[in-house]
Design a protein around this ligand. Structure first.
Ligand SMILES: *Cc1c(COP(=O)(O)O)cnc(C)c1O
Length: 325
């Protein structure tokens, strides 16, 4: 496999959630990928370690990427590019004039070149817009590298491919085997990496992706594509099978980055029981889904469950007024 930059604090720790384990009658552990860094916090930095290595090797001095206004991916990319002395451009999707808060505030703090587009432009022509920005930079003598949404493309997939090998090493150290791994799914690259490593190393884990938007059909297609794109980078032959990709789309709720009161109440409950901070866009929905699936006996009691905390802390603050205490 190809090499990477060292940006994240790795390995991240795995800890048991004692009170929730007792209450839910499972052994629930959490992989603290919310602690990969402060400026870099969350899952995207694992992908960026590979992606930005490729960008530098290609002689690029500018990175262009895209996401929602509160994108954790854009914030991590802007921070990492800045750290590496590169220019960072973030194309952000907005409905209205955004408040300067959360991840968007940090994008500005790091001095990113911020561009806006409408949801429709984002859906239909974001690649074209990013290519235009790359041309604009090229005219000024720069060389830009475009990272697609969430860094969910071939090389970005290596981040969670190697994360699962990190987890396997920790299992040996801890003398435990996780039978089920739970992760939030937003653009699919995190799941794709876990899926490929699980299969290649025959770890036989049940990897469940909790969708925070779209549905199972959509994500199976996306994850098959990303996984196949990743194979040349991994350098192994792995059969990618659509039906092996387990996506649970029952907990999307009212849509991407929109919260229902019960989801926010659940985040509050987890904070009060375990001092674990979940975010409203990804990990809050994913763990709310896990809780409900355990209750419905769709995940067996007494199993060893590993919840990957993929970060998102800065996305919590723009929602603080929606919480009722
Ligand atoms: C991006 C993100 C995810 C989802 O990862 P994908 O690879 O996009 O599916 C999950 N949690 C957080 C906090 C994220 O920022």
């Amino acid at each position: 496999m190809i090499s990477k930059l060292i940006l994240a604090n790795l390995p991240t720790k795995i800890e048991k959630l004692e009170r929730l384990s007792k209450e839910w009658d499972v052994n629930l552990y959490v992989k603290r990928d919310d602690q990969t860094g402060s400026e870099f916090s969350g899952n995207k930095i694992r992908k960026l370690e590979y992606v930005l290595k490729e960008a530098l090797e290609r002689g690029c001095d500018t990175v262009i990427t895209c996401g929602g206004i509160q994108s954790n991916h854009c914030r991590a990319t802007v921070a990492a590019a800045t750290k590496l002395g590169m220019n960072a451009v973030a194309l952000l999707r907005i409905n209205e004039e955004p408040k300067v808060e959360g991840n968007y505030f940090l994008d500005k703090l790091f001095g990113a070149d911020i561009r806006f587009c409408t949801p429709q432009e984002y859906r239909e022509i974001r690649s074209e817009i990013m290519k235009k920005i790359a041309q604009e930079y090229s005219l000024k003598g720069h060389k830009a590298y475009i990272i697609p949404e969430g860094a969910s493309f071939g090389i970005g997939t290596l981040g969670y491919y190697s994360c699962l090998t990190e987890i396997a090493a920790q299992e040996k150290e801890m003398g435990i085997s996780f039978d089920t791994v739970i992760v939030a799914v937003g653009s699919g690259g995190t799941y794709a990496g876990l899926y490929l490593a699980n299969k290649f190393f025959r770890l036989n884990k049940r990897v469940i992706g909790m969708a925070v938007c779209d549905n199972q059909n959509y994500f199976r297609d996306v994850i098959v594509d990303i996984s196949r794109e990743a194979l040349p980078y991994i350098g192994e032959k792995i059969d990618v099978l659509r039906e092996e990709i387990e996506i649970n789309d029952k907990y999307v709720g009212i849509g991407y980055a929109l919260s229902r009161p019960e989801e926010l109440a659940f985040i509050t409950e987890i904070a009060r029981k375990e001092a674990l901070i979940l975010d409203p866009v990804y990990t809050g929905k994913a763990m709310y889904g896990l809780y409900n699936e355990i209750k419905a006996s769709n995940i067996s009691r007494s199993s060893n469950i590993l919840f990957i905390h993929t970060g998102g802390l800065f996305g919590l603050f723009p929602k603080q007024e929606q919480f009722e205490f």
